[in-house]
Design a binder for this molecule. Structure first.
Ligand SMILES: Nc1ncnc2c1ncn2[C@@H]1O[C@H](COP(=O)(O)OP(=O)(O)OP(=O)(O)O)[C@@H](O)[C@H]1O
Length: 591
């Protein structure tokens, strides 16, 4: 579909919702605030596509920053449906990747002494070693360097502008520790993950020409899930949009802020709405869930909001599944009773998700589902494919192409090549480099068609024939090649973990498999039916959440994110007489 038709259709879709429609046409700074299922992502992608087609003339483009690679992939997929591909004109990625690929990589070399010439991103072991050396230099031998580093990291993420008095005014010894750590990394030609937005911020702050260059390329900046992006992004936005003339379009929901442990703070989003130069648009309709589920979700959140369902929509269903016993019995109950009941009511497995608080709870669910022979696809950190790793997703997409996708261009070869170019060259390759890479990729992919390899055997060749060749020529300073070894370990045939290649590939995700996910990974997704597992009084909230009001509020928001994923049915599974205190409120409001 051409992008013109795609955009026209997307805008027509919003016509019956005047707030969404207005937001998509806004030409000044705009923040869209809205609850779950209200079409924030839909509005953002439509606004982005419209801006590219109507407002911004080639070769200028737009940039969209989002929380993690998983959200970036979701946005890319939605934009592709409107005929818009991510490209030099359309950057979609995390704040770290924006900082690295759009600010540091192109401009750092123009600033003498800023970074070593051929810097790269440090591995975790290199960061730990630098923490230990810096700790000894600043504090001598007393105390655990890594425990103290947790506090230092918090300060590092929060006090983005180091020229402000607060940098040395509060905890000056932590400031010394951080500076010694960064100096140690630089001595070794390294930067770390959290350095990326900080270095970019300083570059933009100190060098007005970098602001001009960025505004020339990206006159409009989109930010998805603003509430989760933390201080570094917020400072970057203030600098780029309110001091440098870039237009801002941001969407978010403070009630869904669940990444406090990485420095996110819902107040940053709210502070934008106080500005007179920003138009704030609030969306009230929830297109996703039935009215009963919407009411129950406000019980889960413990606050009042004026959200409502669309007229004529189904009411939705809430079901409660108390189980006599701990986690493993609750998981067995899901496999033996809850899922069969949902299937009996006409739900398809691929439209059901089981959500839980942490990946270790996912291990317990996996055991029960395997025992019951129920097919599943797992999307938490213990999953075979780490969904937030671009390399892992590339491997998965290649496997999809090899196992039949090549026949129907699902995924299209051009997309695989684009991903490979981005992994190896950060998207900037010469014609000759692109051709050579394409030859290697195509030769590898073709050799896998009808080869009958298992996943482990295919991944071994993937590592040998592609990754080992690409690693030495790569110009992308953020490497994650170790993900390949991790996937090989997770499919080790000697441990009985190998599987057919089409089981590994994403092609059969969504066909006949129930989704397993943490609440965090389920953010932004939706399913017909959602089963919340382990909603016990010791799990949500757990003892850590109960330690502070802030942590307790975040746990409650996490619960709210889970409760707002279903379209039609929400099932809560918990230990009888030991359910989370929030279940009662949810029950009362849901009636
Ligand atoms: N104007 C509309 N007309 C019909 N359906 C819509 C409209 N706006 C949104 N939707 C549908 O509502 C659902 C939720 O939309 P979307 O994922 O964009 O919401 P969201 O606000 O980003 O949700 P969350 O915050 O929970 O991630 C999607 O299925 C989307 O297609």
């Amino acid at each position: 579909m051409s992008k013109y038709v795609g955009v026209a259709r997307a805008l027509a879709d919003l016509e019956r919702n005047p707030e969404q429609f207005d937001a998509a046409h806004e030409r000044g700074h705009c923040v869209v605030l809205a609850g779950p299922g209200s079409g924030k992502t839909k509005t953002l992608t439509t606004a982005m596509a419209r801006t590219l087609v109507e407002d911004v003339v080639d070769p200028r483009g737009v940039a969209c920053i989002t929380y993690n690679n998983e959200c970036a992939t979701e946005l890319e997929t939605r934009l592709a449906k409107l005929g818009i591909m991510s490209s030099e004109r359309c950057f979609i990625g995390t704040v770290h990747s924006f900082a690295l690929t759009q600010v540091i990589a192109p401009y750092a070399r123009c600033i003498a002494g800023l970074l070593p010439d051929r810097f790269r991103v440090a591995a975790r072991s290199e960061c730990r070693a630098a923490v230990e050396i810096a700790h000894e230099a600043v504090f001598g031998n007393g105390g655990n360097p890594h425990d103290r580093w947790l506090f230092a990291e918090e300060k590092r993420r929060r006090d983005v502008d180091r020229r402000l008095p607060v940098w040395r005014g509060q905890n000056p010894e932590l400031a010394d520790f951080i500076e010694a750590y960064e100096a140690e990394l630089r001595r070794n030609g390294l930067i770390d993950f959290n350095d990326m937005p900080l270095i970019a911020f300083r570059m933009i702050k100190d060098h007005p020409w970098i602001r001009d260059a960025l505004r020339a390329r990206f006159p409009v900046l989109f930010v998805d899930e603003y509430q989760d992006l933390g201080h570094a992004l917020h400072e970057l936005v203030l600098l780029l949009c309110f001091e440098s003339g870039i237009r801002l379009f941001a969407v978010g929901d403070a009630d869904q802020s669940i990444y406090g442990f990485t420095g996110a703070n819902p107040e940053l989003l709210e502070s934008l709405t106080d500005r007179a130069d920003i138009r704030t648009i609030r969306l009230r309709l929830n297109y996703r869930s039935g009215a009963k589920i919407i009411r129950a979700s406000l019980g889960a959140l413990g606050e009042d909001r004026d959200y409502r369902g669309v007229e004529g929509a189904h009411d939705g269903e809430l079901t409660f599944w108390p189980v006599e016993g701990e986690h493993s019995l609750q998981a067995q109950h899901i496999a033996k009773t809850v899922l069969p009941t949902l299937l009996g009511r006409g739900f398809q497995l691929e439209q059901i998700a089981i959500l839980y608080r942490a990946a270790w709870l996912g291990d317990i669910v996996v055991e029960s589902l395997e025992h019951a022979d129920t097919p599943f696809v797992r999307t938490d950190v213990n999953a075979l494919v780490n969904r937030s790793s671009r390399l892992a997703r590339f491997a998965e997409a290649c496997a999809g192409w090899v196992t039949g996708g090549w026949r129907v261009a699902d995924p299209p070869y051009g997309r695989l090549l684009g991903q490979a170019l981005s992994l190896v060259y950060g998207g900037r390759a010469s014609e000759a480099e692109a051709q050579a890479l394409s030859r290697q990729l195509l030769a590898f992919l073709r050799s896998g068609i009808d080869a009958g390899e298992t996943t482990h055997a295919w991944l071994s060749r993937f590592c040998r024939e592609l990754i080992a060749v690409w690693q030495p020529i790569s110009r992308n300073p953020h490497q994650e090649w170790e993900v390949c070894l991790d996937m090989m370990k997770r499919t080790d045939p000697t441990q009985g973990r190998d599987m057919p290649l089409n089981t590994f590939s994403g092609r059969i995700e969504g066909t006949g498999r129930v989704t397993l996910s943490t609440f965090h990974s389920a953010k932004g997704r939706e399913f017909d039916a959602v089963v919340l597992f382990g909603i016990n009084d010791s799990d949500i909230p757990n003892w850590r959440d109960r330690k502070s009001g802030r942590a307790l509020r975040e746990a409650r928001r996490l619960f709210y994110v889970g409760v707002t994923r279903p379209r039609k049915e929400l099932c809560l599974v918990y230990q009888e007489h030991h359910h989370s205190p929030w279940v009662a409120e949810l029950y009362q409001r849901g009636q």
